[in-house]
Design a binder for this molecule. Structure first.
Ligand SMILES: Nc1ncnc2c1ncn2[C@@H]1O[C@H](COP(=O)(O)OP(=O)(O)OP(=O)(O)O)[C@@H](O)[C@H]1O
Ligand SMILES: [Mg+2]
Length: 254
């Protein structure tokens, strides 16, 4: 088997609150992610999903254990690892295209090249007609599309997505799930996608990592062997959703 693009080895994270209380957010996380994988991390609120992504993104280096990216110890954030946040995170004073080209701008690319890159990804998410709009002029779903385009514009190897569709209505959420799979197919990224929606995890991923309630531990690592596009009416789909719900429910009782 290939080497993992990302490896987490005995990762633990403790927060110290303002009142100097210790909160164990993550406990003994061992995880291998392989190139082109679409992995969902599923777990109840507060189990440490965002914490885990922040560590992998290099946004927080105060943890125990080791994280390796392409076999090297991860010591800082990298433009090869992109993040789409849980909250809409566009810069309100920048229009759509200027938000999308933030990464290329940071890397010092010239204006023409930046716009070319930006337009390519805005076309991909279907928002090339909105380049001059400001975030407040867009719906939540459109803003999240822009955020996805912005992450892709960095051409990351790994895309970390923290409940990117959590705040959307059911219809928009399903549309964006389909769109994300199309983008993943076209661009062959490795995606680590956090959600607390069992349905979303089964619809999207190759593998589902289930986490326990706080402190977050790994409960199960389940392959999803169903051809895409998946049908929610497929009995195998329903059976996996039920199995995962039961797992989360029995975890909540312990
Ligand atoms: N900066 C912080 N300081 C102290 N405690 C924190 C901090 N950030 C998170 N925590 C705690 O760590 C635990 C995990 O939080 P985290 O945000 O990672 O959960 P989550 O799984 O992403 O939850 P949700 O599904 O609600 O987004 C929680 O108990 C939370 O209160
Ligand atoms: Mg979170």
């Amino acid at each position: 088997m290939n080497n993992p693009i990302l490896n987490l080895s005995d990762v633990r994270k403790t927060y110290l609150t303002e009142k100097k209380e210790r909160i164990n957010a993550l406990d003994r996380i061992d995880l291998d992610i392989f190139e082109n994988d679409f992995v969902c991390i599923l777990g109840p609120s507060g189990c440490g999903k965002s914490t885990l992504l922040r560590l992998v993104a290099g946004l927080d280096r105060d943890y125990q254990g080791k994280i390796f990216y392409k076999g090297k110890l991860l010591t800082s954030s990298s433009h090869e690892i992109g993040m789409v946040f849980q909250e809409y995170s566009l810069l309100p004073w920048r229009n759509v295209i200027d938000n999308v080209v933030l990464g290329p701008e940071f890397l010092g690319k010239g204006k023409r090249e930046r716009i070319e890159i930006g337009m390519q990804y805005l076309r991909l998410v279907g928002l090339d007609a909105y380049t001059k709009s400001y975030p407040y002029e867009l719906s939540g779903g459109m803003q999240q599309r822009v955020a996805i385009a912005r992450s892709l514009a960095n051409d990351p190897q790994i895309l970390l997505m923290d409940e990117p569709f959590g705040a959307l209505d059911a219809h928009t959420r399903i549309l964006l799930q389909k769109e994300l799979l199309t983008i993943w197919n076209k661009n062959r990224k490795t995606i680590l996608f956090v959600t607390h929606s069992v349905d979303e995890a089964v619809y999207l991923s190759d593998r589902i990592v289930v986490m326990s309630a706080s402190p977050g531990k790994m409960l199960a690592d389940i392959p999803v062997d169903m051809p895409r596009p998946r049908k929610r009416s497929d009995p195998a789909y329903g059976a996996l959703v039920t199995k995962l719900l039961e797992m989360l429910e029995s975890e909540a009782k312990t």
